[in-house]
Design a protein around this ligand. Structure first.
Ligand SMILES: Cc1cc2nc3c(=O)[nH]c(=O)nc-3n(C[C@H](O)[C@H](O)[C@H](O)COP(=O)(O)OP(=O)(O)OC[C@H]3O[C@@H](n4cnc5c(N)ncnc54)[C@H](O)[C@@H]3O)c2cc1C
Length: 477
């Protein structure tokens, strides 16, 4: 029987767990290659954290890499030095370091590469960036930045989180400045900061929190400013994981966005009477979000993005209580300033950056001198705005298409095959993870990605069995 050659672009959680599922399920000859850039194999962006203060934003009990083995991560944690004597329930309900989760994924991968050897499955890791993709008959070819050219029967695009977009300002040349840090996930963003000036963080979400903690850990003592359009307060996880069920009893199979918003308002009002805030109500929608998103019209999705996205983000993206306390303390001490406003311009003055912005609350144009600017606005999703991204080439060649809101790539949400702009599925190119945000909205967290990886592995292997029964599989050279 000829081998099935599978190429996986991206070796973060999505890529690695797809490979793990393929290894676990395979009963056919298999060759798996993972192409991953940036030395982030297994950990990806999220679990390659440079500090132990960077915590998971989901309790450990919900972070198993396998949907059908909910205790898998905790079982592993309890075998690690420093955790062996800990209480299981306490650990399951704690927000553990993301770095520890990265170690879990590396250990898991080591275990499965061992299993691959036993099952005669060939694994190749290519430390390279994919620059381009082409489809020739039944094979998919990839061009890598090390001049290698590799072909596969099936390709999985698991490219995950892209760098944030540079916000629009009067002089876009500013972004060449050595005082600007466009990658907030690298430790260098918080190291060797000039103590004479404050730091400006663009964005006010979870990465802003990580960056503040990183700056403190590296000994930075000056003021920190964060600017975002709304300056919402980031919320802590509270109400002890309260599960609210009343709203879901009133959900119908298909609902218009306005009816859903009215229902949420009604329940938020109801829980407020008992001193509870909106988060348990929003959380209760989580298992239904993908279904509703898929039933919304493009106009409803656009309305959601304009009117409710930020509020939704605040309710959904919360931080552990002790991290929240730390931020509040910094604000009380006058060290952390959360500004709501719009950036107008930034000018490099050598050792400092002059930041001009409109202060939304005070209706005033203001100027601030900072030593460093760190972009924490969150991953970019519009492929056309990304420099040197192979997905942009795929878009220009109509191998893939973006959803109307440019949140990700169009794909069949059952088979995960990518679609072109005519809506036709590519036979052997698949995607999972945050590329599916436009199709599913919630396609980011481990609990979504582990199920996608599981389903995708079954889809690919079942297809092989069907195809191999009738035709000879082309073998890449
Ligand atoms: C800072 C942060 C914290 C998070 N915390 C949590 C959490 O606590 N819990 C949770 O459930 N989710 C969390 N998430 C969501 C997280 O995105 C997912 O859990 C998961 O890690 C995504 O994995 P991924 O493999 O899809 O993407 P990524 O982790 O982004 O990995 C993609 C990989 O593909 C590689 N790659 C990209 N393009 C190319 C190319 N052209 N060629 C070669 N390689 C390429 C990248 O180098 C990277 O290694 C967090 C996300 C971020 C950004």
């Amino acid at each position: 029987m000829p081998s099935l050659n599978i190429g996986i672009v991206g070796g973060g959680f999505s890529g690695i767990i797809t490979a793990v599922q393929l290894i676990q399920k395979a009963e056919i000859p298999l060759v798996i290659s993972i192409i991953n850039e940036r030395e982030t194999l297994c950990k990806g962006i999220a679990y390659n954290a440079y500090s132990d203060k960077h915590l998971l934003n989901v309790i450990a009990g919900k972070m198993s890499a396998f949907a059908d083995k909910p205790g898998h991560f905790i079982d592993w944690v309890l075998r690690q030095p420093g955790y062996k004597v800990m209480d299981r329930t306490l650990l399951s309900n704690s927000f553990l370091p993301r770095r520890l989760y990265g170690q879990y994924l590396c250990a898991l991968w080591a275990e499965y590469t061992e299993l691959a050897t036993q099952k005669n499955i060939q694994i190749t890791i290519l430390d390279a960036t994919v620059l381009d993709l082409e489809i020739h008959d039944d094979l998919v070819s990839l061009w890598l930045d090390n001049d290698q050219h590799v072909s596969f029967n099936e390709i999985v695009i698991a490219t995950g989180n892209h760098l944030p977009r540079n916000p629009a300002i009067a002089d876009m040349n500013f972004y060449q400045s050595h005082n600007y840090y466009g990658d907030p996930w690298k430790q260098e963003a918080v190291c060797n900061v000039d103590e004479h000036y404050p730091v400006l963080i663009i964005g006010n979400g979870l990465t802003m929190v990580d960056t503040v903690l990183g700056l403190l850990e590296s000994g930075f003592k000056q003021d920190i400013y964060s600017i975002s359009p709304n300056g919402f307060n980031i919320l802590p996880h509270r109400h002890n994981g309260l599960t609210y069920t009343k709203l879901t009893e009133e959900l119908k199979d298909s609902m218009r966005l306005t009816d859903l918003v009215a229902l949420v308002h009604k329940h938020v009002k109801a829980v407020r009477e008992f001193g509870v805030t909106a988060e348990p109500v929003i959380d209760s929608l989580r298992p239904h979000t993908q279904k509703f998103w898929q039933s919304f019209t493009d106009e409803e999705k656009l309305l959601f993005m304009k009117r409710f996205r930020h509020l939704w983000g605040v309710a959904r993206h919360r931080i552990p209580l002790h991290t929240h306390d730390k931020l509040q303390q910094l604000r009380i001490e006058g060290k952390l300033h959360i500004v709501s406003g719009r950036l107008l311009n930034m000018t490099d003055r050598g050792d400092a950056v002059l930041v001009e912005y409109n202060d939304k609350k005070q209706h005033q144009r203001k100027v601030l001198s900072v030593g460093r600017v760190i972009n924490c606005t969150g991953p970019e999703t519009d492929l056309m705005l990304m420099p040197n991204n192979f997905l942009k080439n795929c878009l220009l060649k109509n191998i893939i298409a973006q959803d109307p809101l440019k949140l990700g790539i169009r794909a069949d949400t059952h088979t995960y095959q990518v679609k072109n702009k005519e809506g036709i599925c590519a036979a052997n190119v698949y995607t999972i993870g945050s590329n599916l945000k436009g199709e599913l909205w919630e396609s980011t967290a481990v609990n979504e990605l582990r199920s996608q990886a599981d389903k995708l592995a079954s889809t690919i292997l079942q297809k092989y069995i069907r195809v191999a029964a009738t035709t000879v599989l082309p073998q890449p050279v």
